[in-house]
Ligand binder design. Structure first.
Ligand SMILES: Cc1cc2nc3c(=O)[nH]c(=O)nc-3n(C[C@H](O)[C@H](O)[C@H](O)COP(=O)(O)OP(=O)(O)OC[C@H]3O[C@@H](n4cnc5c(N)ncnc54)[C@H](O)[C@@H]3O)c2cc1C
Length: 435
């Protein structure tokens, strides 16, 4: 009987494994760490899952945090231009932010409960060859470090040759959380971006931040000091970041309590985004596929890496199922076809992430300014910007953006439904017809 081996139990490996199990295909996940080691380890990221990923989670019954009050319902964008302005919108489909130290071990448990096999084994290239003889197909999902070297970078799809941002992410204390759960995004021309959100952890809901600094800027200098060397000094720099670059967050800070929550609740550094070929040859005519960050590594500025990894994992699961049903071999032709299918699923996340690393074009600034003045445009824009397939065509040209603005000014049925305005409780957003 066919069996699939997956190296890496991150979101890509887990979503692929769970989807294949749901299709009745036996799967073994090889993970370098026990789920408990992940639970008690360092913060991995500050990932937000958006509506399409949440739909896939429901499809494989891992929507364990689907309580409405935990979901992120609002997004504010503060533009620190010479004349600052803010966009405040409501998401038609709320997003969800769960600490991956909670999320991934819980999904690994679900995988085992459903008959998946989990082996704790760090896999190198030699071991990968050995495992390939045990399985019909091997998939590498070891993230942006792991075994990426096996899969050649595609230069024409990878414009960055060094990290475009210096990153700092942390869980925080001494910051009063907004109600309802929401994200504050600060766009600081010439410096970078500062995000504040709330994340579900094993200690409940806590505030978090992601700071994306353009290298060589004041913002980068403030977050580059190694926190392990002097935690108090870094916390003071973080307070300064919030005071100068995230004033709406700073208003809710108690400076005497503010800082990184615990010694493992932060990460610092940077990485270079890349698109790699999604397959590589192994010995004896076998092939291995890559998925998730191993295939496509995006900068986190758009919050899309894991969402793309999930979309791509499902595309790969469908391709594997189709091949098994058609008794098609996992040969080079399969790899090439599947690479194209996976790239189609993940490409919008890469294009949107790379676009946000550049200064916005004039028509996108027009859209932001309009959204700051019109709540219908704001609601539509913040909802659409979470979904790259939707926002990319909207921003593709000045004409497309203008058409979008004029249409968004008329409230859309899904947004009205989300606001409750189609129910009996309020009519405040239904404007009287003219004449
Ligand atoms: C600060 C930050 C914020 C982010 N915010 C967002 C966001 O808001 N939204 C979003 O969609 N994305 C976000 N991302 C990106 C997201 O974290 C990644 O895209 C996503 O986690 C990739 O999933 P993955 O499964 O491919 O890799 P990973 O999550 O890295 O998982 C890889 C797994 O493989 C294991 N492994 C590695 N090497 C081996 C080996 N040799 N043998 C066996 N196992 C191995 C690792 O232990 C790990 O469990 C963010 C990233 C960062 C850094």
């Amino acid at each position: 009987m066919a069996s699939i081996g997956i190296v890496g139990a991150g979101t890509a490996g887990l979503h692929l494994g769970l989807k294949l199990l749901a299709q009745g295909i036996p799967v073994t996940l090889y993970s370098e760490q026990e789920p408990d080691a992940v639970r008690t380890g360092r913060l991995l990221n500050t990932v937000t899952h958006h509506a399409p990923t949440r739909a896939r989670e429901r499809e494989v019954w891992v929507d364990f945090w689907g309580v409405p009050e935990l979901a992120m319902k609002r997004l504010s964008i503060h533009v620190h231009a010479p004349q600052p302005f803010s966009v405040q919108g409501r998401l038609s489909d709320p997003s969800l932010c769960v600490d991956y130290r909670v999320y991934q071990p819980r999904l690994a448990e679900a995988f085992v409960e459903r008959g998946g096999r989990l082996e704790i084994l760090p896999v190198d290239a030699v071991m990968l060859e050995k495992l390939a003889s045990r399985h019909t197909l091997m998939v590498v999902a070891t993230g942006r470090n792991g075994l990426t070297g096996l899969f050649p970078r595609i230069p024409e799809l990878s414009p960055h040759t060094k990290p475009p941002r210096v990153l700092f992410a942390a869980l925080l204390e001494g910051l009063r959380m907004p109600q309802p759960t929401s994200m504050h995004t600060n766009l600081i021309p010439g410096q970078g971006e500062v995000f504040e959100s709330q994340i579900i952890t094993r200690h409940g809901r806590v505030p978090s931040t992601l700071i994306e600094a353009i290298p060589g800027t004041e913002l980068a200098a403030l977050i580059s000091r190694k926190r392990d060397d002097d935690p108090a000094a870094l916390d003071a720099s973080l307070l300064e970041v919030m005071r100068r670059f995230a004033p709406a967050t700073y208003e809710r800070i108690d400076p005497t309590e503010f800082g990184v929550r615990g010694p493992l609740d932060f990460l610092q550094g940077g990485f270079t985004p890349a698109v790699r070929r999604a397959w590589a040859p192994l010995g004896e005519g076998r092939f291995v596929m890559a998925v998730g960050d191993t295939h496509v590594t995006n900068d986190p500025v758009a919050g899309q890496g894991a969402n793309g990894a999930s979309a791509s994992a499902f595309a790969l699961a469908h391709a594997i199922t189709d091949a098994l049903l058609a008794e098609r071999p996992f040969d080079e032709a399969f790899c090439r076809d599947t690479d194209a299918r996976m790239w189609a699923a993940v490409a919008p996340t890469t294009h949107w992430s790379n676009a946000l690393l550049e200064p916005p074009p004039a028509h996108l600034i027009d859209l932001l300014v309009t959204a700051s003045r019109d709540t219908f445009v704001a609601d539509a824009f913040v909802s659409d910007m979470m979904i790259p397939e939707r926002i990319l065509p909207i921003c593709a040209s000045p004409e497309a953006t203008a058409a979008y603005i004029s249409e968004a000014r008329t409230p859309r049925a899904d947004l009205l439904a989300a606001s409750g305005a189609l129910g009996w409780d309020t009519g405040t957003r239904i404007r009287p017809l003219a004449g």
